[in-house]
Design a protein around this ligand. Structure first.
Ligand code: IPM
Ligand code: MG
Length: 370
């Protein structure tokens, strides 16, 4: 039975509009195949929103997100703000406000190494083959949202966590581990930080209710090293906001390209899906950005909507694209394709399967269905 869903779409800045267009193509293909109806509502966020309204997150955009079942987010950021530490209004504020206003406390970032792309990673193939990690990053607390300010001769950023903030994401991470390899690594800096010691206490306490999950505690400096030396040891990583920000970027090199990594930001009433990569302004408008991270974010969105087969279809189509070399230049040392061609291929693959999309006719641009 087909379902009807309201999907917000916030393309944002830089390559955001191009990659979200391709993700919507994939969603449209899913809707057609399964008889679902997806209603899209578009809204501005980031530098484009500042240009139009002076606000990186206009009220109207927040309303669109609140009124949607789920929403897709492209990217935000513009170079004109990056080199100006004094800028009062910044695109990133739009994203941070969105996370806070909608209570998107759990940021879920899966990282795996795709067969066929192992050679793209700067790490050795034998080290990354089979890597399958998911980072659960706390997203609405810690140093990002603590009191910050200037003093007469300095500045400060306050880091605080409550039991509740730790417990609610901890629960999601433990549950994820139960469905995976049953390993959970808490990453912290408990040898120095009081908040980290609280994280350890709460996680130790919580582990009593998840006896089947093996828990390990690791300091963040060591974890940063282990992530490169032996990433296969990790299954679920649970960590606070800033450590998660840094570690998930580090983990992204395992897959060979940031252009492949999706993410979900989940709250009690809203859920947002976005690629991990930024707005990549140098590539904007050139049809060279890799749309796969956003397309895979759409797959996470479908999982969240309990459309499991649909999500699998998207992931499979992306694998077929990679297998056939139907990829953008970040994933190919030889022939590569434009953002839109890769998106078309994936949408067609969802709808038509392997039929008609053989390696030869794709590369000649003469496929019967492209
Ligand atoms: C991320 C980004 C953001 C963050 C920035 C854009 C504020 O780096 O989503 O990882 O630091 O959380
Ligand atoms: Mg980041």
């Amino acid at each position: 039975m087909g379902k009807e869903k309201k999907i917000g779409v916030l393309p944002g800045d830089g390559i955001g509009p191009e990659v979200t267009t391709e993700a919507v193509k994939a969603l449209d293909a899913i809707a057609e195949k399964y008889g679902h109806i997806f209603h899209y509502t578009y809204a501005d966020v980031g530098a484009v929103a500042i240009d139009k309204t002076g606000d990186p997150l206009p009220d109207e955009t927040l309303r669109v997100c609140q009124a949607s079942d789920v929403f897709l987010f492209g990217a935000i950021g513009h170079p004109k703000y990056d080199n100006d530490p004094k800028a009062k209004v910044r695109p990133e504020q739009g994203l941070l406000k969105l996370r806070k206003a909608l209570g998107l406390y759990a940021n879920i970032r899966p990282v795996s190494a795709y067969e066929g792309l192992l050679h793209m990673s700067p790490l050795k193939e034998e080290q990354i083959k089979g890597v399958d990690i998911v980072v659960y990053r706390e997203l609405t607390g810690g140093i990002y949202f603590g009191e910050k300010g200037r003093t007469a001769d300095g500045a400060y950023d306050h880091c605080a966590y409550s039991n509740k903030e730790i417990d609610r994401i901890g629960k999601l991470a433990f549950e994820a581990a139960q469905h995976r390899k049953k390993n959970l690594t808490l990453v912290d800096k408990a040898n120095v930080l009081e908040t980290s010691r609280l994280w350890r206490e709460r996680v130790q306490e919580m582990s009593k209710t998840f006896p089947d999950v093996k828990v390990e505690m690791m300091f963040v400096d060591n974890a940063a090293m282990q992530m490169i030396q032996n990433p296969k040891q990790f299954d679920v990583i649970l960590t606070e906001n800033m450590f998660g920000d840094i570690l998930s970027d580090e983990a992204s090199v395992i897959g060979g390209s940031m252009g492949l990594l999706p993410s979900a930001s989940i709250g009690a009433h809203s859920a947002m899906f976005e690629p991990i990569h930024g707005s990549f302004p140098q590539a904007a408008g050139q049809n060279i950005a890799n749309p796969m991270a956003t397309i895979l974010s759409a797959a996470m969105m479908l999982d969240h909507l309990e459309m499991i087969d649909e999500a699998l279809d998207i992931r499979h189509a992306v694998k077929v694209a990679i297998h056939n070399g139907m990829v953008t230049s970040d994933l190919s040392k030889g022939r590569s394709f434009g953002t839109d061609r890769v998106g078309d291929f994936i949408a067609n693959q969802i709808l038509e399967g392997e039929q008609g999309q053989t390696f030869d006719n794709i590369h000649l641009g003469s496929s019967t269905i492209i």
